[in-house]
Design a protein around this ligand. Structure first.
Ligand code: FAD
Ligand code: NDP
Length: 592
């Protein structure tokens, strides 16, 4: 109650105690509008309804004296007089209202410091700045053992998704050049590929992206520090730039988005003589005969484009292909790659790598051991190791800040990407329990910023995230593999619908009929809800992106059956799947 308090005191206390204070009247349409606006922005406010209290008129007089404004609404933010409805609305339309509300009350240099200017870090820092906060992003690339380094943007842009997809495209074009003869083009029987020209074109594109990111940070008023950051205490980091210049920076909150780097096997010659995905996309010379060690995404994708570009390519597989993915499809990918020139050494790991000839690329002798204890020796010009990635969490002082790490070195987080230290968050490849994918890091960064500074509640959903492996035949999937679905629901409750198919474009080109494959994994007891979507074929990424919304919305097999196809496409196969795997019937591709 305000009845027995001096009106001037009511005004002063209300303003001092509430970040957003509205002196209002319950029936005033302008007041309702302002309250509606703040609600829509998830901003907490306190409204004193002057028509509902005894001394409302006196308080209005006191307000006139203090602010020079008699009318309501009379808005104060962070103790400052803003004005009435028009002024508040115009601040909102100029994008200045949220920054004013979010204005910090601490004494640190920044509201948020983001460590890592990759997919997640850039998204989070720009969104945080959009919401009016003072942000800095530190990004520093430690050169690879071969000395490769790159610009702003992190793994995806420089040594991941972007150059990988462009090299995949270069290999696809090679295949299409062959097809083009069947389609009437007088393409010569032998066409050659220039590795150096491809690398130069791709690196030029990456250079323009690096530049674009710097400009975007400047435009959004995010301070960019091209320096390596290390925590010295929970609110302080030390940054060191490439010239060794140090800077101490404090912040209210931190976001760790430092990503990961390729792991090297602990065998003689590995670091000295092999390269990783961090080097291959800017390799200044053609790789020649290449061995790829490892059998996951990175190894198979690189093997796919190297073979497609005409290099003698071998993959050394320790156990299975594509651990964690649907194994029926993983084996189909392997079979297709084998038919298209990739050699596989199964059940083997390298034990030593020696240089036997200098040069670019030079020559290496690789000794490996199979699971039967047999020794395998061969010579290659280039060895690419792709045996997993380590999170960049060691040597950055997280222990000084008290942040808990998991056994694998990733940052342990609670719901909301919050680490064991409440003001330190982690997203992207460095976060325990996440998914190592660019769009996941971006989404996590954006939503985190909105939850912290706009009071949104939306959390990143790590379930049913679509993904694609860009092997020569692309593999797109969303949801569970057949194995994971059986583990979760039991074999009897799973119905798998499947079919091989031949894209129309393959017919004239005389490409094989049954290499492409589609599969839906459904749960019988849940009205045949689709819990796994899998496609192996051209443009699988594009197709999977579209269908994944269906899985997110809980689509059933009947929903897929009711969907009318687009003819002639490959995606339409999902509207006509009618053979269950259980039936054992032939799923060979049918005509149109
Ligand atoms: P990053 O993008 O790795 O950024 C981290 C940044 O922090 C880096 O620039 C790093 O140098 C910097 N840094 C580290 N420590 C410090 C420090 N102490 N101080 C300052 N800066 C620091 N994902 C897909 O979705 N699709 C794909 O097709 C795909 N292909 C890939 C292909 C390859 C070869 C690889 C390696 C990855 C691929 N990924 C793909 C995964 C994707 O690139 C990552 O999931 C994504 O980049 C992770 O983003 P991030 O923000 O967590 O980290
Ligand atoms: P992964 O950790 O997924 O796989 C590592 C591979 O190396 C496995 O085949 C593993 O075999 C093998 N391996 C591990 N240790 C050794 C060893 N000492 N000797 C020989 N082989 C070994 O790593 P990746 O580097 O391929 O990928 C990392 C992540 O990057 C992926 O999980 C993915 O999320 C992301 N990514 C996404 C892409 C996309 O979206 N298209 C593309 C590329 C990467 P085993 O199965 O026996 O353990």
């Amino acid at each position: 109650t305000t009845d027995n308090i001096n009106p001037g005191e009511v005004v002063d206390k209300s303003i001092a105690q509430n970040k957003v204070m509205i002196f209002s009247k319950s029936s005033c349409p302008f007041c309702l509008k302002i309250k509606g606006l703040l609600k829509s922005l998830n901003v907490e406010y306190v409204a004193l309804e002057l028509d509902q209290i005894k001394n409302g008129a006196e308080i209005q007089n006191a307000l006139l004296e203090k602010s020079g404004q008699r009318t309501v609404p009379n808005v104060y933010i962070n103790g400052e007089h803003v004005g009435g409805a028009d002024k508040t609305f115009s601040l909102h339309t100029q994008g200045e209202l949220l920054p004013l509300i979010n204005k910090s009350t601490h004494n640190y240099d920044y509201d948020m410091v983001v460590i890592g200017g990759g997919s997640g870090g850039l998204a989070a820092s720009k969104e945080t700045a959009n919401l009016g906060m003072k942000v800095a992003v530190c990004d520093f690339v430690t050169p690879t053992p071969k000395g490769t380094t790159w610009g702003l943007g992190g793994t995806c842009v420089n040594v991941g998704c972007i150059p990988k997809k462009l090299m995949h495209q270069s290999a696809i074009l090679g295949g299409e050049l062959k097809d083009s003869r069947e389609y009437g083009w007088d393409t010569p029987e032998t066409v050659t590929h220039d590795w150096g020209r491809m690398v130069e074109a791709i690196q030029n594109h990456i250079g323009s992206l690096n530049w674009g990111y710097r400009v975007a940070l400047r435009e959004k008023k995010v301070d960019y520090l091209n320096a390596y950051a290390t925590f010295t205490d929970p609110h302080t980091i030390k940054t060191v730039d490439r010239r060794g210049k140090e800077k101490i920076i404090t912040s209210d909150k931190f976001l760790v988005a430092t990503g990961g780097r390729p792991r090297y096997p602990d065998i003689p010659g590995a670091k000295e003589h092999t390269i990783t995905s961090d080097d291959i996309f800017s390799l200044p010379y053609a790789p020649g005969k290449t061995l790829l060690v490892g059998a996951s995404y990175i190894s198979l994708e690189c093997a796919g484009f190297l073979a497609g570009l005409g290099y003698d390519t071998t993959v050394m597989v320790r156990s299975i292909l594509l651990r964690g993915f649907d194994q029926q499809i993983a084996e189909k990918i392997g079979a297709y790659m084998e038919q298209h020139g990739v050699k596989f050494i199964r059940g083997a790991v390298p034990t030593s790598i020696e240089k036997i000839e200098e040069g670019t690329p030079g020559k290496l002798r690789v000794t490996a051991k199979t699971t039967d204890g047999e020794e395998v020796v061969d010579e290659y010009n280039t060895v690419v190791v792709a045996i997993g990635r380590d999170p960049c969490t060691s040597g950055i002082g997280l222990e000084n800040a008290g942040v808990d790490l998991a056994k694998n070195g990733k940052v342990v987080v609670e719901k909301g990407e919050q680490s064991s230290v409440p003001h330190i968050y982690a997203i992207g490849d460095v976060m325990e329990g996440g998914l190592e994918l660019t769009p996941v890091a971006i989404q996590a960064g954006r939503l985190l910023a909105r939850r912290l500074y706009r009071k949104d509640s939306l959390q990143t959903d790590y379930v049913n995230v679509p993904t694609t492996v860009f092997t020569p035949l692309e593999y797109g999937c969303c949801g569970l593999s057949e194995e994971a679905a059986i583990d979760k629901y039991g074999e009897d409750d799973i119905e798998v619908y499947h079919s091989s198919y031949q894209p129309l474009e393959f017919t004239v080109a005389h490409r094989p009929e049954n290499d492409c494959y589609a599969k839906l994994v459904c749960v019988k007891s849940e009205n045949e809800k689709v819990v796994g979507f899998h496609i192996l074929g051209p443009n699988a990424g594009e197709i999977t992106q579209g269908f994944s919304i269906g899985l997110k919305l809980g689509a059933t097999k009947a929903d897929f059956d009711n969907l009318i196809g687009i003819h002639p496409t490959t995606a339409e196969i999902f509207t006509t799947l009618n053979i269950t795997k259980r039936s054992g019937k032939d799923v060979s591709a049918q005509g149109c």
